[in-house]
Design a protein around this ligand. Structure first.
Ligand code: ARG
Length: 587
């Protein structure tokens, strides 16, 4: 149990003894730490319900609590704020209790849910853009958080591999190399190796996509091929499979460098067999209607403040679309994965799409009432010009290039700071990669997810300031303190009552961990964890300056200080892990 919950229960019991709701006892860290450690504002809320002045109520609550021996000080400020400070003994007791717990005081959810996190969403043959990069970083962090909380988490990238871009690729390739057997309707024998490389795909796709915008005939051909692929034409299926393989191989490598892993490596195409039955069922229902040759479902509701276009189930050419795939995927997730909650970590520009899909999923019963679906949108990563981040040539930033860029920056920073200088080359490389990835992820996650932010590699990769590398370095330094202690034969022991202010501050900060995790999960915004890690590292630095741990002569006090060091490291590593950031052993 967290310290804040324990205090809230104690103060709540005092409210209850006055015949008031125990929830009024909610106790939180003080906004004015120079006055007290904790505060409860419940008397103000109680005043109305009780028909008594808040100060009166606060006085009764305080009277009820003042005999508790863990409380050093309790008084009333202003109109009825209850300020509370614990004894150093009580703090030490809590430290010994929380630091020994697996979850550092966080109570796992009482009823674990199956949570599907749908994130990353790269498309076959298209370079991942910054939307996919943010989705990957935020989605991975949320998956880690929900898992830490005790849920069953299933990560699924939902590759874009079944839509119009496949038809475009097939059409373009057929023009380039019409003799390949894939285009021959009757062929059954195909070369084992793909006819294209990743470079080919990345050249062909943008060309084809640009061309389809002006060339009606080409666009129609691509649509036809999309439909043929979806309906199972053998040569197209084989070509599709091979193109997908080429493309996914490189995407998997990028994910691996980011330390991102999925449980299901599914794409839109994994629900291909569900599409026709689903669409046919809806076609014969009241819900779907034909409009301009397409099969649609109207989703607008009287209270909408702007017009929401209908969802298109089947195009006039007979093809299935992005929304159709999402509906069939919900059906699969409910039936096969037993989803209770589905989080879609996708660019907020897709919010209409998700409103459409969620409404249709509910209306049709594809998503039963008890299954929750949420779109976790986010803002854009901008360049220094304040516009969405692009390459110097104005093109889409490839994830692979971005990773290379941050690793390069990390190498320079390590050189500058004379870190990892004499390590074996392989270790240096590994550290540079960990630091680069930390720069990228923290630079993103420290922002509230719905805000836009500027990608500033210089700032993100610095070992100073609010950055990933700063926190990594802080954790590495703590590891080295513990290593030195071990070498000197010194062990951590029981936490004793704090001797100086910096020690007390660190201890109290550490007890906030459970509430930070709760808030982060509730708001689905990892910036609270990122922020807290930074505050904690700062408090640790001040503690470390004030307390000379290794030269401390009193063995009990030294063992206690080492216990705080160890607890800080465990907390910091857990926080960084939730952000997808690895801590090297040394630097
Ligand atoms: N492939 C999509 C895109 O690039 C993102 C997929 C997001 N997930 C989903 N279930 N729709 O825009």
């Amino acid at each position: 149990m967290s310290l804040q919950k324990y205090l809230s229960e104690a103060v709540g019991a005092a409210f209850a003894s006055l015949g008031l709701r125990p929830e009024l006892g909610q106790t939180v860290p003080s906004q004015r730490p120079e006055l007290a450690q904790f505060q409860c504002n419940g008397a103000m809320a109680a005043a109305k319900e009780a028909g008594r002045p808040p100060r009166d109520i606060a006085e009764d609550v305080v009277a009820h609590l003042s005999s508790r021996e863990e409380i050093a000080d309790i008084d009333i400020a202003g109109p009825g704020f209850i300020n509370l400070t614990l004894t150093d003994h009580a703090l030490a007791d809590w430290a010994n209790r929380l630091s020994a717990e697996d979850h550092l005081g966080f109570d796992p959810v009482p009823t674990p849910r199956t949570v599907i996190v749908d994130y990353a969403g790269p498309n076959v043959a298209k370079a991942m853009h910054i939307g996919h990069i943010r989705a990957t970083i935020i989605g991975d962090s949320l998956a880690r958080l929900f898992q830490f909380a005790g849920n069953k988490v299933i990560r699924d990238p939902h590759f874009g591999d079944w839509g119009f871009q496949m038809g475009l690729l097939i059409a373009a390739l057929e023009e380039e190399a019409p003799d390949l057997p894939y285009f021959d309707e009757g062929a059954t024998d195909f070369p084992p190796a793909p006819p294209v490389t990743l470079e080919d795909l990345q050249r062909i796709y943008p060309e084809a996509s640009a061309r389809a915008r002006n060339d009606q005939e080409f666009a129609a051909a691509a649509r036809e091929k999309t439909v043929a692929l979806q309906r199972g034409r053998t040569g197209y299926r084989e070509l599709w499979r091979q193109m997908k393989e080429v493309s996914e191989e490189s995407q998997r490598a990028d994910f691996a460098s980011l330390g991102v892993n999925f449980d299901l490596w599914f794409g839109e195409s994994d629900v291909r067999d569900r599409l026709e039955p689903l669409v046919e069922k809806l076609r014969s229902s009241e819900i779907a209607e034909v409009s301009d040759g397409a099969l649609i479902v109207k989703v607008d509701e009287p209270d909408d403040n702007r017009e929401l276009p209908p969802l298109i189930l089947e195009s006039s050419a007979g093809g299935y679309l992005y929304s159709t795939f999402d509906l069939a995927t919900i059906q699969m997730r409910v039936e096969e994965q037993g989803a209770d909650l589905i989080l879609y970590v996708v660019d907020r520009r897709q919010s209409d799409h998700f409103t459409q899909v969620f409404r249709v999923a509910r209306k049709t019963g594809i998503a039963p009432d008890e299954v929750e679906m949420e779109h976790i949108g986010f803002g854009t990563m901008n360049g220094p010009d304040g516009k969405p981040f692009k390459t110097r040539e104005g093109g889409v930033v490839r994830l692979g290039d971005l990773i290379a860029m941050v690793i390069d920056a990390a190498k320079n920073r390590l050189d500058e700071a004379h870190l990892a200088e004499e390590y074996p080359e392989a270790e240096r490389e590994r550290i540079a990669m960990q630091v680069g990835v930390a720069a990228l992820k923290y630079g993103d996650l420290v922002n509230n997810r719905s805000s836009d932010y500027v990608f500033d590699l210089d700032r993100f990769s610095s070992f100073e300031g609010k950055t990933g590398p700063y926190l990594q370095y802080a954790a590495v330094r703590i590891k080295s303190i513990l290593r030195k202690a071990e070498e000197a034969g010194l062990a951590a022991g029981t936490v004793t009552p704090p001797g100086v202010g910096e020690e007390r501050d660190l201890l109290i900060e550490l007890t906030n961990f459970p509430e930070v995790i709760e808030r982060t999960i509730e708001l689905r915004s990892p910036n609270h964890v990122a922020e807290y890690a930074h505050v904690l590292a700062g408090k640790f630095n001040r503690f470390y300056d004030a307390c000379h741990i290794l030269s401390e002569e009193d063995p009990a006090r030294r063992a206690s200080l080492l216990a705080l060091v160890r607890w800080t490291l465990a907390t910091l590593e857990t926080l960084l892990d939730m952000l997808g950031i690895e801590v090297p052993d040394r630097m």
